[in-house]
Design a protein around this ligand. Structure first.
Ligand SMILES: N[C@@H](CCC(=O)N[C@@H](CS)C(=O)NCC(=O)O)C(=O)O
Length: 206
């Protein structure tokens, strides 16, 4: 069976677990990283020299980087819309997945660390304000894209929704004033309807 090494409260692990659940792929997850440790051992670093989670182990095949793992799961085990197929489809899905990592993840990480992992009296209000402003600008771009479609690629859920969808739970759940982005909210509501999303992503933010 496929193994995923990584703690359940990591957004990068959540992406992979949500994707596997959507594909109906059985996965055994082991708690590694954070308070569980185990990611700074020689054995772990032989699999992933970064010492980060998640890591996928599928037989002899080892893979790190959560977006790469999502793509691998869809390519290897997906069918129908989950497999995509044409270069333009793969290009567009990759565009949104990479945009999440390079553009959206940094302000979302700041918000997470400031609002969840930092004591209220130690928080940096300027950092929070900047991250909300950056996040608002970026989520508004996605809101605009979603004005004419139900999901990122069109009328079907795909790998393109996975990284941004995982982060959208945090955007809508952390305690700060959010702008009204109705298309984004409607898309997020569609994700919330999915059991695989609720079970793997919508868990306490810690
Ligand atoms: N770009 C990497 C980032 C991996 C990463 O930074 N993972 C964090 C958890 S979200 C981690 O391993 N932190 C150290 C730990 O959990 O001990 C990915 O998407 O997989």
């Amino acid at each position: 069976m496929i193994k995923i090494l990584g703690r359940a409260n990591s957004v990068n692990v959540q992406k992979v677990m949500w994707c596997a659940a959507e594909l109906d792929v059985e996965v055994a997850r082991a708690d590694v990283g954070g308070a569980f440790g185990g990611n700074d051992t020689d054995a772990f670093r032989a699999m992933n020299p970064n010492g980060s989670v998640p890591v996928l182990v599928d037989g002899d095949f080892v893979l790190w980087e959560s977006n790469a793992i999502v793509r691998y799961l869809c390519d290897q085990y997906g069918s129908g819309d989950w497999k995509l197929g044409t270069p333009p489809q793969n290009g567009l899905a990759g565009q949104w997945m990479d945009w999440y990592l390079t553009s959206m993840h940094p302000p979302m990480t700041t918000l997470f660390w400031q609002l969840i992992r930092t004591d209220p009296d130690m928080r940096d209000a300027a950092k929070i304000e900047t991250a909300i402003a950056q996040g608002t600008k970026l989520w508004a771009m996605l809101d605009q894209h979603l004005a004419t479609r139900d999901f990122i690629m069109g009328d079907y859920l795909s790998m393109a929704d996975i990284p941004l969808g995982s982060s959208a739970y945090r955007w809508h759940s952390m305690d700060f004033a959010r702008p009204d982005l109705p298309n984004l909210k409607a898309w997020w509501d569609r994700l919330v309807e999915r059991r695989a999303y609720r079970e793997n992503v919508m868990i306490p933010i810690t």
